[in-house]
Design a protein around this ligand. Structure first.
Ligand SMILES: Nc1ncnc2c1ncn2[C@@H]1O[C@H](COP(=O)(O)OP(=O)(O)OP(=O)(O)O)[C@@H](O)[C@H]1O
Ligand SMILES: [Mg+2]
Length: 242
């Protein structure tokens, strides 16, 4: 297994946000974490991406393995070296920097200039609308374009596992579909993906497997296809009553 989260318990002071949660990502998979507000999805992703720690008192128990190595105590920059990169919730592009500068920032850990230039070109070929906006400040891009840039910046780090928190939030329907199609393409090119989403319809459309979170627990786990067809899931998350 590429990523293995075992018996994770996370607390924010007195609030237990995750209790004894286990999930994993196999090499080549797209995995979605779905569930209602406050279920603990972002908390799970933050623990994996090094934003929460045992040392800051949030990770109370459990282990996180990446390619068999315990990564629970690694910093975000160390995780990048291991092959994990995060597309943060709300995109967090550097709004006063240009599109090009944002992409180059994505590769801040690398000093192979020619290869970085080549990777920028690959990202621009992949997200072609960004090509015409290369010298435009990122803050002036539309939400959908900013999401492309945020994903592109994460791809500059050449991750083995791409982590994304609510990538569809605030995007127009056309962009939502485009972004999810791009995740499928990124995955086909060899990158595994762990996705947190409230848009269960789209997430289950592309996910090989998904875990359903509710109040700090995983309440269901199955293939994307089975969950999309599951009556209870449809009633609760897909807004369909039949
Ligand atoms: N920094 C924090 N301090 C205190 N409590 C927090 C903090 N972050 C999250 N929580 C609480 O932990 C629980 C899980 O939150 P989390 O953000 O992981 O949920 P989520 O499933 O991502 O929800 P959403 O769909 O709204 O993004 C919630 O009860 C939330 O209020
Ligand atoms: Mg969240």
């Amino acid at each position: 297994m590429l990523l293995e989260v075992k018996n994770l318990t996370v607390r924010y002071g007195a609030v237990v946000a995750l209790k004894d949660v286990s999930f994993g990502v196999d090499e080549g998979e797209i995995i979605a974490l779905i569930g209602p507000n406050g279920a603990g999805k972002s908390t799970a992703l933050k623990a994996v991406s090094g934003l929460l720690k045992a040392s800051d008192g949030t990770i109370d128990d459990g282990e996180i393995f990446f390619e068999g190595k315990n990564i629970k105590d690694l910093r975000t920059d160390q995780l990048v070296t291991e092959g994990l990169s995060l597309v943060p919730e709300g995109r967090r592009v550097f709004s006063t920097m240009t599109v090009l500068e944002n992409l180059e920032m994505g590769a801040f850990t690398r000093n192979d200039k020619a290869a970085v230039k080549n990777d920028v070109e690959n990202v621009l070929a992949f997200f072609s609308p960004l090509k015409e906006r290369l010298y435009q400040k990122a803050g002036t891009l539309s939400t959908g374009e900013q999401q492309m840039l945020a994903i592109g910046r994460a791809l500059m780090l050449k991750p083995k596992l791409l982590l994304a928190d609510e990538p569809s939030l605030g995007l127009s329907p056309n962009y939502v579909e485009l972004i999810f199609d791009k995740f499928t393409e990124i995955n086909k090119n060899g990158t595994s993906i762990l996705l947190v989403e409230q848009n269960a319809v789209e997430a289950l459309r592309i996910a090989h497997r998904a875990y359903v979170f509710d109040i700090g627990h995983i309440v269901m786990h199955d293939t994307g296809k089975n969950l999309a067809a599951n009556e209870e899931v449809r009633r609760t998350f897909l807004g369909q009553r039949d």
